[in-house]
Write a protein that binds this ligand. Structure first.
Ligand SMILES: *[C@@H]1O[C@H](CO)[C@@H](O)[C@H](O)[C@H]1NC(C)=O
Ligand SMILES: *[C@@H]1O[C@H](CO)[C@@H](O)[C@H](O)[C@H]1NC(C)=O
Ligand SMILES: *[C@@H]1O[C@H](CO)[C@@H](O)[C@H](O)[C@H]1NC(C)=O
Length: 359
């Protein structure tokens, strides 16, 4: 028994458990359970090692999962933001749409340039571009002046001069979605000029359109072709011999400048002072002189017209440009060398969505 016990203790020692060699039987018997304990501890250490590795793997995959969850969550938020923005946009364009019922007192922003000219800001509703573009004169001009803001324009500071590759005719230009659209001098060609690169992106004749003072507005000035933008896109107002001088309204493709659809308003272009478009309705003034009012309205939605009587104060008595900017929601005019804004009043018809609509 002792021999066996001794062998046991030695074996225990070889397991590096500090123990005094003793032949004391009771001591050896006390030590006996330690062997099992050490064995169990060893197994436990092994298991702990495995557990640690397992935890490490879990931690790693948790981190990956966390990343994935965050990305997924972010995408969901983005999606919701996108939907909200669409709602907001459709709400604001519905709010911006309505029938013109009044034009406020004029606000003179600046007095500069010659009697006739054009000044504009980007009309695209989504645009954040607040630069002001000025084209003084109506005959063969090439000088396009860029101001950084309305404030800079008002004080005549901070401007850059661009030279257009083709001269313009009239004052019916429009700035829309980063491009200037204008009528090329002595032709019915429309030019799309990129305001960023300074290159001509497109040129296309407006089929049948009169030019060179054939069908100008009442003030003359080669204002045969009037380009404009409303909430829904780009348009041209002009006339043709085939239509007996009636004012025609065409929807244009903003890239190709192709005519998408046309309406004959029945109103004589030469009798009109100016025209501007709000939500697909064309408003026509009866004169460019004092006493002018919005006299005729053509609705493209119903292809119908009505005579109206919306007065406004023609402070400087010679309007050579009048355009509505749907983003700023104001009328821009060039009146005898003064650049003037008018606020407008629209009568809204807000369509409410059907209750179970998901959009
Ligand atoms: C778990 O993973 C994270 C991120 O990868 C790390 O910061 C952290 O130290 C890890 N924890 C353990 C216990 O390994
Ligand atoms: C405005 O221009 C951008 C890029 O040039 C184009 O992607 C977008 O469709 C344009 N928007 C409209 C309404 O034409
Ligand atoms: C435009 O009108 C001017 C002056 O009236 C004339 O000299 C010129 O030939 C006309 N140009 C075209 C292309 O009709």
């Amino acid at each position: 028994y002792e021999i066996i016990s001794l062998r046991f203790v030695m074996q225990l020692q070889s397991d590096l458990v500090p123990l005094h060699l003793s032949t004391n039987v009771s001591f050896v018997s006390q030590c006996r359970p330690l062997r099992a304990l050490v064995g169990r501890l060893r197994t436990d250490v092994g298991q702990l090692e495995a557990l640690k590795e397992e935890m490490q793997r879990l931690n790693d995959s948790l981190s990956v999962l966390q990343e994935r969850f965050t990305l997924h969550h972010y995408q969901q938020l983005q999606q919701r933001e996108f939907i909200l923005q669409r709602h907001l946009h459709s709400c604001s364009s519905q709010l911006g749409c309505g029938l013109l019922t009044g034009i406020s007192a004029p606000l003179t922003i600046r007095s500069s340039g010659s009697r006739f000219g054009s000044w504009m800001m980007d009309s695209l509703i989504d645009s954040t571009d607040n630069r002001v573009w000025v084209m003084d004169g109506y005959f063969k001009g090439r000088r396009l002046v860029e101001y950084q803001s309305l404030g800079d324009f008002a004080t005549g500071q901070n401007f850059i001069v661009h030279h257009l590759p083709h001269p313009w005719a009239g004052t019916g230009h429009v700035v829309y979605n980063g491009s200037l659209y204008y009528n090329k001098h002595h032709s019915n060609v429309l030019v799309r000029y990129d305001l960023t690169s300074g290159g001509v992106l497109q040129q296309r004749p407006l089929a049948q359109a009169g030019f060179n003072n054939t069908f100008p507005y009442s003030w003359g000035g080669s204002s045969d072709i009037d380009l404009m933008a409303d909430e829904t896109g780009l348009w041209a107002v002009y006339s043709s011999i085939g239509r007996g001088g009636n004012m025609l309204l065409s929807r244009l493709h903003p890239d190709s400048l192709e005519v998408l659809r046309s309406w004959d308003t029945g109103f004589s272009k030469r009798s009109a002072g100016e025209a501007f478009l709000i939500c697909g309705s064309l408003y026509v003034t009866n004169s460019h002189l004092a006493g002018a009012k919005v006299h005729f309205t053509f609705h493209t939605a119903s292809a119908s017209y009505e005579y109206t009587d919306i007065a406004f104060h023609n402070q400087y008595s010679h309007i050579s440009m009048l355009d509505y900017n749907p983003r700023i929601r104001a009328l821009y005019t060039w009146n005898n060398g003064h650049q003037v804004l008018y606020d407008i009043t629209l009568l809204h018809f807000i369509r409410t969505r059907h209750a179970n609509s998901t959009d």
